[in-house]
Design a protein around this ligand. Structure first.
Ligand code: FMN
Length: 522
């Protein structure tokens, strides 16, 4: 959602923010083209209810103040709007609604979910490449902005290359290649195959623009992926959801400032309280159209202890203890908040975004987890209260860390260092794991680890295929932490509960990571 895109960009130096190309979530082209309420719930470029699709003249006359955040040239570009589709006319109709507000329209051919199978779109169009070509070709000829596509790899290099060529020959300006096959999802996600992307790079014409996707867990993986694949760019989805700062290089040692935390071993990350503050401020400003509360400077180790105070509420007083009274802040009325709440995609996404980012923190601080779980869409005060609790938890964690005496002994050599990341996720966990108060990726368990843990059962055919794959030479460096946790609550679950949780995930019940119908993932 746009607030998250803004947040992600905000960590880059201003002159680099435009180098971050963002994608909307996937929209269902038929629904998007036909239903204005579906459009309003997912993509809001203009404040006034102008007729859609808008004509170029009207868009050129729109004043900055009449724009929402979606596709806003000041904050939300470059932007790709992504659709799933299985009909050229539906695809074009949907694309026309967004073309004046984005830089390209992307066709998602990667979605592997059951809903995509039932609806015949996403990765389930791989068997109907003629239809894919017709859809892309239609937009290439009739849409005023470029069309691009995101594909998964197929079983062999040859088939993948043919598939990519079909997409490109039809007129796609960019292909994003997710280096996993369609069946690699859920516990069977495993690792993306960067070598397959490298093969495409070497086999396709040099001027083909390729984005690589998969295995990007930390900032350093971006360069590693570009190097290994030769791609022109890298797409990150989950890595960015768990750590919206992933695209920003870490600050140099000694220049951490208030927001970045570095441990004694030199490893660190942006503090989750700092990132949540930025996120909340963006929500106040851009989703609710009001001034964010005046906040005290972020707590730092060494700050003098303050006498305990009542929980902070969003500052309505507009006054500080010292100094002249500040201007009263504009806050929305209850009725206005309710309206914004039901229609604003940023507000509906807040809880899920925060559960992702705070995953390690909430698994230790259950009060935060419970407060977040209770926070209803649009109840900004409830989310502000979560922020207060997050700040307390971060302070507690850093204080405990600071008070544990530094040891002069060299760090023990990790027993996981030499593990093959395709065999075990432990090395990846060791590489990525940070204290709960900084943003960090979630490392998925490898399929074989999920099987060993009993979280996944496999058919004989699949087992054979996996055994064959194990013998393949591979050279990537990303894996998965073996965890059995409820995705929405972060709670550690036993096998039975985990399976129940996964069933709920499949059905999309009460699970924050599960994309909603019409906004399913690829
Ligand atoms: C919660 C979630 C939502 C996703 N939604 C989309 C989507 O709307 N469109 C899309 O192309 N891919 C979507 N994906 C897939 C990612 O784009 C990506 O292909 C995949 O997660 C692997 O890349 P990553 O390792 O960077 O996450 C989604 C993935 C997740 C986990």
């Amino acid at each position: 959602m746009q607030a998250w895109r803004l947040l992600s960009r905000s960590f880059l130096p201003p002159d680099q923010q435009k180098s971050l190309l963002a994608y909307t979530p996937m929209f269902h082209s038929k629904m998007f083209g036909e239903k204005s309420n579906y459009r309003d719930a997912h993509f809001q470029p203009l404040k006034s209810g102008a007729a859609s699709p808008p004509d170029a003249y009207h868009v050129s006359q729109v004043e900055d103040g009449d724009r929402h955040l979606d596709g806003n040239p000041m904050f939300d570009r470059p932007l790709m709007v992504q659709f799933c589709s299985n009909d050229p006319d539906d695809f074009l109709r949907a694309a026309k609604h967004v073309a004046p507000f984005c830089d390209a329209v992307d066709l998602n051919l990667g979605c592997p979910q059951g809903i995509a199978k039932r609806g015949k779109y996403g990765a389930f169009l791989q068997e109907d490449q003629g239809l894919i070509a017709r859809m892309i070709s239609k937009l290439h000829k009739e849409l005023e902005v470029p069309v691009t596509a995101k594909m998964r790899v197929l079983e062999t290099k040859e088939k993948t290359l043919e598939y990519a060529k079909t997409i490109l020959d039809a007129g796609a300006s960019i292909i994003t290649v997710h280096g996993r096959r369609r069946e690699q999802k859920g516990h069977n996600t495993g690792l993306a195959d960067w070598q397959m992307i490298r093969y495409l790079r070497e086999s396709l014409p040099k001027d083909t623009v390729i984005f690589a996707n998969g295995n990007i867990l930390q900032h350093e993986d971006i360069a590693a992926c570009l190097e290994a694949t030769g791609a022109d760019g890298v797409m990150s989805a989950e890595g960015n959801l768990y750590d919206p700062t992933i695209f920003a290089p870490p600050p140099p040692i000694g220049q951490e400032g208030h927001e970045y935390w570095r441990g004694r071993n030199g490893k660190g990350g942006y503090r989750v309280d700092a990132v949540m503050r930025r996120y909340m401020d963006i929500i106040h400003k851009h989703a609710l159209g009001q001034q964010p509360p005046v906040r005290k400077p972020l707590w730092m180790p060494g700050d003098p202890e303050e006498p305990p105070k009542q929980e902070q509420t969003p500052s309505e007083e507009g006054e500080e203890e010292d100094g002249p009274p500040k201007k009263k802040q504009k806050r929305l009325s209850k009725a206005e908040q309710k309206k914004a709440k039901s229609s604003n995609p940023n507000l509906t996404a807040m809880q899920a975004h925060l559960f992702h980012m705070l995953r390690p923190l909430v698994s230790e601080h259950h009060n935060v987890r419970d407060a977040l779980a209770r926070s209803r869409t649009g109840d900004i005060d409830a989310f502000e209260n979560v922020l207060v609790l997050v700040e307390q938890a971060v302070k507690q964690g850093i204080q405990a860390y600071e008070s544990s005496p530094p040891t002069d002994a060299p760090e023990p050599l990790s027993s996981t260092e030499n593990l093959d990341p395709y065999e075990s996720s432990l090395a990846t966990v060791a590489r990525c794991k940070r204290p709960y108060w900084v943003c960090q990726p979630y490392v998925r368990p490898l399929p074989k680890e999920a099987i060993e843990k009993g979280s996944m059962t496999v058919s004989k055919k699949e087992k054979k295929r996996m055994e064959e794959e194990e013998t393949k030479a591979v050279g990537l460096e990303v894996g998965g932490r073996v965890e059995g946790k409820d995705q929405s609550t972060g709670e550690t679950l036993g096998k039975e509960n985990l399976q129940a949780s996964e069933k709920r995930e499949e059905k999309g019940e009460g699970v924050v990571e599960e994309p909603r119908e019409g906004v399913v993932c690829g």
